[in-house]
Design a protein around this ligand. Structure first.
Ligand code: SAJ
Length: 439
């Protein structure tokens, strides 16, 4: 692909983004895009949010936030300040900077699915105009911004660094974390040095700290390193947890002890597997790109095997606990506590909890779900009975899969004869019950 020639100076464009009240356009109004719209609005910028979903746009216009981390009040404030939400991409032509925050899932064979990025690039090709900054935020493999966004601006007849600037800046939203977008340092890399400078000036208006790297690829790789680091360390602790159980050692005690080391150790905790739309997926983007370079990413593959094997490991441990009481999974009534992929959020995408409940059901258990963040209809949609937290009797075993803070763990231990705690929540809360076993 012929790279557009680089001409023109950036100083006035940097100054524009650093000093004027410009308009931020966001493509994709999900758990990344909507907080970004809120941040821009709070910082006094005009904002226009675009999404392909009529329902999502209608919800936003009605002042109801579809994203856990954005409350209705915040949304109403932004609407009062003139925030626009639309399914009409033409509105993005008003934006001085367009931030692309669309999903980057995996396809059927766990290969990158860039269809959302591709469609966002087509939108950019339609609305791009001189003076704009285009920044891709979706997690993806190194080279995506050049491969997909540059051709889009060329199609619009624009020249990089003369009439338009292009960069990559990974999102670092951690759903359920009370850190706001503006308080999380932002890594930024341009497809050219000049584009990086212009993007850094724009992001400097949105967040408290910008870390400029030399290229879009470096920024893309930064994000994949962050999340691969987590996936590999979670895989490590899940393996050590299984070994510790074989050796009769309490892994939770050992992690807490290792965490007393003030340097060189970051605690990770075992669990029923790795959920969410980032940690299980992002490392596969890097592994896929590595294969294209004939490079084997062994740590990523091994971590993936261990983490994706945790639901079955949890089922085996449950089977042993029931067998010790002369029972089998088949015919047992099991209470599954915590169905979302991590505590105190309602998101159950890729949730390991649901992989565990599916396997238990497949083995003939009657499984009831208890999750204060997920409504009954969704629990039933997952093929589970809805547990009545007012009466937890009648179960042979309870398994703690996601440790929401709103659950009464003491109540569960007093009502259910056996409890399998995959999150170490009883130890963390200092609750000691004979009938509770931990991973
Ligand atoms: N998990 C473990 N053990 C651990 C940590 C996590 O089993 O020690 C599991 C969790 O239960 C969950 C999954 O891994 O099922 C992912 O957990 P997470 O805390 O990484 O949560 P995410 O995926 O919502 O958010 C992560 C961000 N998290 C943190 O930095 C703490 C961050 O890596 C990214 O900003 C974000 O993904 C993203 O959007 O990429």
């Amino acid at each position: 692909m012929k790279r557009p020639t680089i001409r023109g100076s950036v100083t006035d464009r940097e100054r524009f983004f650093a000093e004027s009240t410009w308009t931020a356009g966001v493509i994709g109004l999900g758990y990344v895009g909507l907080p970004l719209v809120m941040t821009a609005s709070r910082r006094g910028l005009s904002v226009v949010g675009f999404d392909v979903s009529d329902a999502r746009v209608a919800t936003l216009i009605s002042g109801v936030s579809p994203v856990d981390d954005v409350d209705d009040e915040e949304l109403s404030d932004a609407l009062e300040q003139g925030a626009r939400f639309t399914t009409d991409a033409a509105a993005l032509a008003d934006a001085d900077a367009i931030f692309i925050c669309v999903p980057s899932p995996l396809g059927q064979n766990r290969e990158p699915d860039l269809s959302h990025i591709e469609s966002a690039a087509q939108t950019v090709a339609q609305v791009a105009r001189p003076g704009q900054l285009i920044s891709l935020e979706s997690t993806t493999y190194p080279g995506t911004t050049e491969d997909y966004i540059l051709p889009a601006i060329e199609k619009a007849g624009l020249v990089i660094d003369e009439s338009i600037w292009v960069a990559y800046s990974p999102e670092r939203v951690s759903p359920g974390d009370d850190l706001k977008t503006a308080d999380i340092p932002k890594v930024v890399g341009g497809v050219t040095p000049d584009s990086g400078m212009v993007a850094a000036a724009a992001y400097g208006r949105l967040v408290s700290s910008v870390h400029l790297v030399s290229s879009a690829r470096a920024a893309e790789m930064t994000k994949l390193l962050e999340n691969t680091y987590r996936a590999v360390n979670i895989g490590l602790i899940n393996e050590i947890a299984q070994l510790s159980h074989e050796l009769g050692i309490d892994i939770w005690e050992v992690v807490d002890a290792a965490a007393t080391k003030p340097f060189g150790f970051q605690p990770f905790y075992p669990g029923p597997g790795v959920g969410g739309h980032c940690i299980p997926l992002d490392p596969q983007y890097l592994a896929w790109r590595a294969r294209g370079a004939n490079f084997a990413t062994r740590f990523i593959e091994t971590a993936e095997q261990i983490n994706s094997g945790m639901p079955e490991y949890v089922v085996q441990r449950i089977s042993s606990m029931l067998n010790d009481e002369g029972k089998a999974i088949r015919g047992s009534r099991i209470l599954a506590v915590g169905l979302s992929y991590k505590p105190d959020i309602s998101d159950d995408r890729e949730s390991a909890s649901l992989e565990v409940t599916r396997r238990l059901s497949d083995r003939g258990a009657e499984v009831a779900g208890l999750d204060t963040f997920i409504d009954d209809r969704r629990i039933e949609k997952h093929g589970l009975e809805v547990a009545n937290d007012g009466d937890l009797t009648g179960f042979d075993l309870a398994v703690i899969l996601t440790d929401h803070s709103s659950i009464s763990y003491e109540g569960i231990a007093r009502s259910v004869p056996l409890v399998f705690d995959t999150r170490g929540v009883y130890r963390r809360l200092g609750l000691e019950f004979e009938n509770v076993n931990a991973l």
